[in-house]
Ligand binder design. Structure first.
Ligand SMILES: NC(=O)c1ccc[n+]([C@@H]2O[C@H](COP(=O)([O-])OP(=O)(O)OC[C@H]3O[C@@H](n4cnc5c(N)ncnc54)[C@H](OP(=O)(O)O)[C@@H]3O)[C@@H](O)[C@H]2O)c1
Length: 277
């Protein structure tokens, strides 16, 4: 048995696994010999991923159409837990699907992001961490974002929910590290995923006075996540993203930080920066 399977067991669950970073995680975990429970809303896309992974890696893949914002999510997770001993959880789904000011967004959309990025991770960890702690082995990865480091125009609620994920992961890391359950908040920067490309992003542009943004690939982000699980509470994927995070975190002037984030977001989505003084 490989060290990886010894630590994380035979079954992993990836929430939001049909494309992008989640699909890369599924691929990398299957390559390590893990059986998978894959969740997303479009089950027909998941079915293709299942066929690809089973053919390539000879593992068992179970797919399930689940909306992570649904009010019956806790029941669905209890049902999954009754069928599979999940030893590694990757909570991936969570992108904002575009950029809009807080007041122009519907309350329904804003609350849906809160359910996806806050309620969903809480329910998942509550369901699957108990058995991991009892077995004294396991792993949990929560996807966060560089936008978690500062507020900024156009993504106020998204950034706030991603800060929730990063801080939640750090607290869980501290509580669980004595029980050999590895927890990682994985902070991604701009990454070329189908969801990101559908959202109207323009990677070629760089905001005035800022470096052009070169997105990472989904595989790079997933590889860095798995390489750093069990090593630290939080990892920022990509050297350039790490440098940007250090600059954002150490800036004494919070207004400058917020305006940097707002300008970068506006530029990424081809929108005017609304509040520059
Ligand atoms: N891409 C970036 O530039 C970037 C940057 C920073 C951080 N991140 C973080 O990285 C993670 C992945 O981002 P991503 O760009 O790959 O897009 P994403 O939309 O977060 O993830 C796509 C996957 O999640 C599923 N999904 C989305 N909403 C769902 C829901 N309500 N219920 C169930 N499944 C759902 C999608 O399948 P279905 O549509 O079939 O449900 C698909 O499998 C997110 O947490 C995001 O915040 C991404």
């Amino acid at each position: 048995m490989s060290e990886f399977i010894e630590q994380y067991g035979e079954w992993a669950l990836v929430a939001g696994a049909s494309e992008g970073i989640g699909k890369s995680f599924a691929n990398r975990l299957a390559a390590r010999g893990m059986n998978l429970v894959l969740l997303a809303r479009r089950v027909e896309v998941l079915a293709q991923v299942k066929a690809e992974l089973e053919a390539a890696h000879g593992v068992e893949v179970v797919v399930r159409a689940v909306d992570l914002t649904a009010p019956d999510l806790a029941d669905t997770l209890a049902d999954i837990a009754a069928q599979h001993d999940i030893g590694l959880l990757v909570y991936n789904a969570g992108a904002a699907h575009g950029a809009a000011t807080f007041m122009s967004e519907t309350t329904e959309n804003l609350l849906s992001l809160v359910h996806l990025n806050c309620t969903g991770p809480i329910l998942m960890v509550k369901q699957f961490a108990g058995p991991m702690l009892a077995r004294k082995r396991g792993g949990i990865i929560l996807l966060s974002s560089l936008s978690a480091l500062s507020g900024g125009a156009y993504i106020a609620t998204y950034a706030a929910t991603k800060a929730f994920d990063m801080i939640l992961a750090e607290g869980l890391w501290d509580e669980m590290r004595g029980s050999n359950v590895h927890v990682l908040g994985l902070v991604a920067g701009a990454t070329s995923t189908p969801a990101m490309l559908k959202s109207g992003v323009v990677f070629a542009q760089g905001a005035e006075g800022q470096e052009q943004i070169t997105p990472m690939t989904s595989d790079q982000v997933a590889d860095e996540g798995l390489a750093n699980l069990g090593k630290k509470p939080m990892h920022i994927a990509g050297e350039k993203n790490f440098a940007a995070a250090v600059a954002l975190r150490s800036a004494a002037d919070r207004v400058q930080t917020i305006q940097y984030m707002g300008t970068a977001t506006a530029s990424l989505f081809g929108k005017p920066y609304p509040t520059k003084d």
